[in-house]
Design a protein around this ligand. Structure first.
Ligand SMILES: [Mg+2]
Length: 298
């Protein structure tokens, strides 16, 4: 059967009785901070004339994208959430800054499922008037973000502990990359740091969602509690839960300590069958505490 872009997932053959799926951005690579601080926020200020509230833009952007339960959300949903928060901030109100309402983007984001530049371009192609103007401005921002990422984000080695983890998993567990980043960027980043040789498969955006990656590669193929997902966002936790896998959180802001904990005890517990239950629950509770719903300025 032809599975198109997902063929590599269907071709994957278990070699061990254990499986570990690892997210990439913000989990293996410290790419979240630089992308959000130096690319997304900066372009929001630039393309929407928000220079007078730059600090608030960074604060709101960081909360939505790095330090709350929406960490890892799509960029077009993020810009709406950030503008909603900005509009409520006392200083922004006092200064009378016009924070964009983006009604057409909101409507598009609620009906479109493939929230990326190609789908946005299609919407622009069939738009006129205020809708054309607004969506074009959002596109200019999105393209500006991509340009900044290409220009600024390089020389990013894996977090301390990643290489040793991959080495110690060799021969004991199947390991694949489970990510929502485009395939090309993933292949390049993992190869650049010579860690691609430790994984059986690198699954990115074009191979479907993280839940699909895990479902196709692990469903009915491993014993219970012998599939583990390592990730840094609520979306990773949800993908693990969707397929009945265990979850190990790489905590935002203390990633190196998380990898050290995995090396020191969590990995052994996973292989010994002691990970599931109270131990995993405590790690997930701590992870969720780090990602609150209410922003610190409220
Ligand atoms: Mg991530």
């Amino acid at each position: 059967m032809d599975h198109g872009s997902q063929q590599a997932l269907y071709d994957f053959k278990p070699q061990h009785e254990f499986f570990v799926g690892i997210d990439s951005d913000g989990c293996v690579f410290n790419s979240m901070e630089v992308k959000h601080n130096d690319c997304f926020s900066v372009n929001l200020v630039k393309h929407f004339g928000l220079a007078s509230i730059s600090r608030q833009v960074h604060q709101a952007w960081d909360f939505v994208n790095l330090y709350s339960k929406t960490r890892g959300t799509n960029r077009f949903k993020a810009i709406l959430l950030v503008c909603d928060f900005l509009r409520e901030m006392p200083l922004v109100q006092k200064m009378g800054v016009a924070v964009p309402e983006l009604p057409y983007l909101r409507e598009w984001s609620e009906t479109e499922t493939k929230l990326g530049n190609p789908a946005l371009q299609s919407a622009i192609d069939s738009a006129g008037g205020g809708r054309l103007e607004e969506l074009s401005q959002v596109m200019a921002w999105s393209l500006g973000v991509n340009e900044s990422v290409a220009e600024i984000v390089y020389n990013l080695p894996p977090f301390p502990g990643v290489l040793e983890t991959l080495q110690r998993l060799q021969g004991k567990s199947d390991v694949i990359v489970v990510s929502a980043t485009p395939d090309e960027a993933l292949q390049r980043e993992w190869a650049e740091h010579e860690i691609d040789t430790y994984v059986a498969l690198i699954a990115g955006q074009e191979m479907g969602t993280k839940t699909e990656h895990l479902t196709i590669t692990t469903k009915d193929r491993y014993p219970e509690n012998q599939v583990l997902m390592l990730g840094d966002s609520p979306g990773d936790l949800k993908a693990a839960q969707d397929v009945g896998a265990l979850f190990f959180p790489v905590n935002p802001g203390s990633e190196d300590a998380s990898w050290q904990l995995f090396l020191d005890e969590a990995m052994d517990k996973f292989f010994n069958g002691q990970y599931v239950g109270a131990y995993e629950d405590a790690l997930i509770d701590r992870f969720q505490e780090l990602l609150p719903e209410t922003p610190p300025w409220q």
